[in-house]
Design a protein around this ligand. Sequence first.
Ligand SMILES: [Zn+2]
Length: 416
Amino acid sequence: MRASSTGEIDADRLWSRLSELAEIGKSEGGGVTRLSFTEEEWAAKDLVASYMREAGLAVREDAAGNLIGRREGRVEDAPVVLTGSHVDSVRNGGDFDGPLGALGAVEALQTMDERGVETERPVEVVAFTDEEGARFSFGMIGSRATAGTLTPEHLANEDENGVSIAEAMRASGLDPGRIDEVARAPGSVYAYVELHIEQGRILESKNLPVGVVTGIAGPAWLRFTLAGEAAHAGTTPMNLRRDALAAAAEVIGRIEREAARTGTSVGTVGQLDLSPGGINIVPGQVSFSLDLRDIDEDVRDDVEARIMHEAALLCEKRDVELETKTLQRLPPAPCSALVQDAAREACETLGFEPFGLASGAGHDGMHLTELCPIGMIFVRSKDGLSHNPAEYSSKDDCTAGAEVLYRTLLKLAGET
Ligand SMILES: [Zn+2]
């Protein structure tokens, strides 16, 4: 399904810019690496800045290194509509995660310019600094700063060479002491909408090019530690064992079952350590992680409570001690009705089914929910792949997403 009859954006220009940006930080194997505050991220921002100028936008950079291109509205001092994404990447990532939203937004604003569209509110494209967190294991730096929630403690996070975020900022000519200036004032932002690849298989399975995001799932990260007793594998009868791994296996089975029961939650055990770790030793201690997400916080917390209850019973039955620790707990970020409605209407105008889906992955918008209504538009990902050099969305699908973004922005900014 292609919106060629009602299409307004320049599909070739968007595609060629995506291709050009993808060359920055590209390895011979095809993967893209653009870590924050490195030459590659700056080169990507410089290229996007040149596109912003071609689009007639007023370009500036804030104290967090966020790149911003502004198109004025008709009403002076009206709150701004924000759109955009990020141009940093994970190590050996793909061509579309981030760039599609940044360049799709530039394309939408350039189209407004070329068509002489006037809007009531100004619109700004933002390329946020470090969304991925690949360098400092701490991401969404630019959006946190925009929301006013980035703290000096956050800036102390270090990369693998012991360089802190604050030091990396200084090396890039940014003053971490001025980070407070980045925060947008309450009421100054009308809405935030981001175009992004889905990074999953839902749209592909529905045979749809685009979707409207209903919310961004909030992750709860936990660590389970089970202590039984290490013993000789040959001499310890089955009924006298306190096997920590056998207990953990049962708990992990319950995690899978409880998460699956809701139809919306996802639960993943991605790390597991055991000791002593001998072929002839009953495992005495096991520790594993849990990443649990849902777009409804109550649903997520209910699943978590059931898992905790079951885990306690299972461990008690086996005389294995259980300890759990919460590592991180982020609330889900529901997408606002304002942005969802605008995006749905845009889909309908273009002849696309206004299909709603949740985002399992985190995005910059999560940090902006206190500041303004947020929303996202997803584009189909081939085989659901992302954070992988094989990440791909077709030219037609990228075009469809940018068309939906263009019309969503017209609605939000108040086309006059
Ligand atoms: Zn992304």
